[in-house]
Design a protein. Sequence first.
Length: 747
Amino acid sequence: MFWITKYQTFTRMKKRIQFLTFFGLFFLYGPINGQVFPWTAPFGGPGADFATDIKQTSDNGYIIAGYGGDGFSANYYVVKLNEYGLLQWERNLSKDNYAERAYSVVATSDGGFVVIGTATQMNRPWLVKLDSNGDTLWTSQWTSTLPQNSALLARGAELPDGRIVVIGAEGSYGYQPNMFLVSQNGELTEQRTLNAIVPPGWLAGTFVSHIENTADGGFVLTGSAGSGTGTRPFIWKFDQNADSVWSVHFTQQGVWMRSAESIKQLSDGGYILSGYTAPNSEHSCALRADANGNLLWFSSFPDTIYTQATDVIEWTDGKFLITEKRFNGFGETFFQTALLTVDSEGSLLNREMIMASDSSTTITRMRRTSDGGFVMAGEINEYLVVNEQDLFVLKSDAEGNISGAGIDYVWPGDINYDGTVNMDDLMILGVTAGAAGPPRVDQSIGWYPHYVTNWADTVVTGVNYKHADTDGNGIVDIHDTLAIITNYGLTRDLDNRRYVSSLPTKSTRSGNDLFIIPEEVMLIDAVNVEIPLYLGEAATPVIGFYGMRFSMATDPTLVVAESMTVDFTGSWLGTQNTDLWAIQKTFADEGATDLGLTLNNHQPVSGFGQIGFVKFSLAQPLQHGEVLNLEIHFDNLMAYEYDLTPIELSTGTFQIVLDNNLTGMDDLVFNDKIHVFPNPVAAGHPVIIHSNKAISTIEIYSIAGLLVASEKFDLVTQQFTAPAEKGIYLLKIYTTSGITTKRLIVN
């Protein structure tokens, strides 16, 4: 709703690059009730937006409170999500459009929410009650009459009778905690000045960092008490009437925690605190106490950079999970975040990085969820720009796994985002050819994660087009094939994987769809060999072709493996390097070559016939009269339609015979002593046929059986012109004794 007074509630337009995870997943998995975990979701406007608290709601969704805006014009920022991270509503709440910052949100027993924080330059508390739809029901009017700096970093919780307790710190240079008790209608019922653990003084006092409800209906506070670098953490327990029960100030030797940033009650009634070490706030640390606040252990978790624990939860098997902010020094704007796993005695078991943006991810609050997992809230920076942070939420699966919840960085060459660079990546490159989008800051094909904003489109598998721009220049073109070759075979862990790489396949066809005809082998000289390569036949054409990958191998002791290639010049599929991109990767020790080709013009083709020439060089020259037997293996064959649906094809192993009788004539079968030379012959050059019988007619057929030319003669030696197109041709030679078929190779 909109107020016509100075109290305003309005919805901001957000950067709609959010839901990094969702675009692909919705496409793959269908309706929202098929959504998978984990997920991530950023929200915010053109300025900086921060999350300070998150709670699970009765509908298994989440309510997040924080603040956003531009410097002094910050407002309360509240976001309501469903259980899958989809936005249900968002609100900006402003008292006087100056400096409103929310630090707590309470999901009230009536299904609504109370947002609690500090408003105006005067640092007074301010409460806003929202209903389940995010509409404002009331705002606290009494706060305007309070003195200046009466509630720094105000936080709150709900009591069993529905009242809201608000804790803030009074003072500018020394801190005295205050308590405000507020009715369900937003009226102030009581104000208390608490008996501070350390009385306020110059840069000294008691500062509350976190409030948390306890199982008995009361609540507990933590923070820091003391002066300067000598402050130490405390636990302060209150009952369900908001009366102080006990407090413990951890000042004993060896408990080097300068401040506790969070507190959670444990299943045994005890407490776990997380924060940073004294005296210089250098390292993350944690403190465990029993139900009466007696110290059980204190542990710090040093690293090579500054670290500060921001929150902690009790986990399974007696373990704890701690979120940690990481930075190289004070005053930094961009931060990293890690998730620490700590055992029941405070020993660090694991430190897992959480990066959900290009350079900065900060987790502020973490909570267990009803499905057994957890949810985190904080902020990210997506553009390497100060004051462009977005509020950020991360939800684990039911087992607490967050693999796949990070940002989908570009790994140059892994275009289909399956964790490995191979020829399948070329297929998506062909589908996205010509697409343009935001270039990367780091225009490199180095094998490490590269950040760039999502492009506008995704392919059918859910992969964003940005992954095809492997060199990061903002356009998908033939130059992006280099990363596939350079990084071929490299793998990465699948922590960031979120797309399904496999697709439904068509049934396997019988016979050979990719094949050579052994009799057509051409020994160009004593070393170099060419063999026509075919895809499909007249009876079994290939339909809807857009791309293909396959492997080719032979004996590396007989063939120079590095020389094995396929020349796709003259292919019925397309023109190489124009509308057909082809790449290969050779494994010399294995005598194998992986090949891939894809169209790039968005126009699939259908057909059959010769698609190129297999070419290779022999390891040793073939001596005159020497015969060499070779096997050529084709496998790993898969063709794709334009929508990336596989066309499963067949291939096999082929035996070829190389016979070096370099006479300049065809030395295969000599019927009626008919000689054809030169053979092979250059395109358009003369060919001589000599026979001991008179030749009446010569017919020239393509390998597909099409008549190319026919000439009539009446001599034993005849000359004609070879076809202008390179390829394999069949000659039907009619003599007085019958018909003889000869092969003619045109180079």
